[in-house]
Ligand binder design. Sequence first.
Ligand SMILES: NC(=O)c1ccc[n+]([C@@H]2O[C@H](COP(=O)([O-])OP(=O)(O)OC[C@H]3O[C@@H](n4cnc5c(N)ncnc54)[C@H](O)[C@@H]3O)[C@@H](O)[C@H]2O)c1
Length: 441
Amino acid sequence: MRIAIVGTGYVGTVTATCLAWLGHEVTGLEVDPQRVGQLQSGQVPFYEPGLPELLTDVMTTGRLSFTCEPREALGAADIVFLCVGTPPGTGGLPNLSQVEAAAHSVAPYLREGVVIVNKSTVPVGAGNWVRTLLEEAMPRGVRPEFAVVSNPEFLREGSAIDDFLYPDRIVLGGDDVACAKVAGLYSRVLLQDFDGGRPTERPKLIVTDLPSAELIKYAANAFLATKISFANEISSLCELVGADVVQVLPAIGSDTRIGPLFLRPGVGWGGSCFGKDVSALIATGLEYGYSSSLLRAVVEVNQAQRAAVLRKLQTSLKVLKGRRIALLGLAFKPGTDDLRDSPALEIAERLLSLGAFVSAYDPVVKQLPDHLAAVRMGVDPYDAAEAADAVVLATEWGEFTLLDFRQLAMVMTGSLIIDGRNVLDCDAAVAAGFEFVGTGR
Ligand SMILES: NC(=O)c1ccc[n+]([C@@H]2O[C@H](COP(=O)([O-])OP(=O)(O)OC[C@H]3O[C@@H](n4cnc5c(N)ncnc54)[C@H](O)[C@@H]3O)[C@@H](O)[C@H]2O)c1
């Protein structure tokens, strides 16, 4: 099929590359000309393991191209994916201005029978809203038949290609004929009929109505955030009663009704999706006079978990003003360079506001937003920890498990390690003379 992908961020680029790899003819439409130039020359403008290699490979087939010109992308497209950003807006709901602009730019070029697939995460009702926007933006007298389908995306940054090719399920919401067309587009994924496919583990196809599909995405993210906040709440209780969360949570997770995933404590969840999606669900409830008490508590526990790092530093160091704190890990999780709503950044902001000096190291993040210009970036963990009073492990990148505590002790002024993810070797750190504070232990 001929596909147009509108918006080539994390979701759009992965979708475009994978669909082209599966044999479709794909054109990515993007407003940022610099991004188009990079993609067109085979470069991925963000960190995603395996994507640069796959993109380069697919570009040689001639089935994938990128453009800033709507006419070029849409003129022949059978299916148009909207993959633009839906960042946090006001009042908890996402800012849909990119969706609105995308609808306006594509409307004049749509072909008869085209299906518009909304992959951006949008609140319930946005499918209908997009349909009306498109109708209004069509030139007078031109009214091709078209359908809008919701196809929420569940990929995770850091494992996005695998998540696209081997999803647990594909959700489609809309009328049956349009959904069948989109299901056809995914047939090789559904049948696992490609080189490396896993025919014995075929994904589920879930076809439903538009609002249900839209809600499935929000509810899935809200549940995952709830599970992490639950783990963090149990972790806080462990610290109070003297239990060890590393024993407690796996024991809970070994119950098949509960499951072990997303049941680990940390410095709080973050990233581009959880915070805004939970807020959007709460705001949607409020539009109907429903107060989502559980979800509000999930957010509250998350904020407390981020603040707990500061409290632990204050408990050990007393005064933070003038201290140097080194943060290990800045991305909201390993495997990505995404800093959106990263707990590490909030911890850095709070430390700076308390008068501390902050240094940091992350394997892939090399630049921070302007408001964190005061953070000194180290070239490695030891450089970041130079003259530090304390080290805080905020993101569990694999390389941090190989830290040499004796080398760390030699460069630091103080001897405090806060392991916000329970991945460091506590015994080795203590043997090297550190005061070691884990999470929930
Ligand atoms: N990032 C994730 O892990 C993830 C996972 C699942 C779902 N989602 C959802 O998918 C959507 C996209 O997320 P993302 O992380 O890829 O966003 P992003 O911000 O990385 O990318 C959005 C892209 O769209 C482009 N764009 C904006 N307006 C445009 C327009 N009118 N025409 C063409 N291009 C335009 C931007 O320049 C940018 O390159 C969001 O709704 C998000 O919530 C994201």
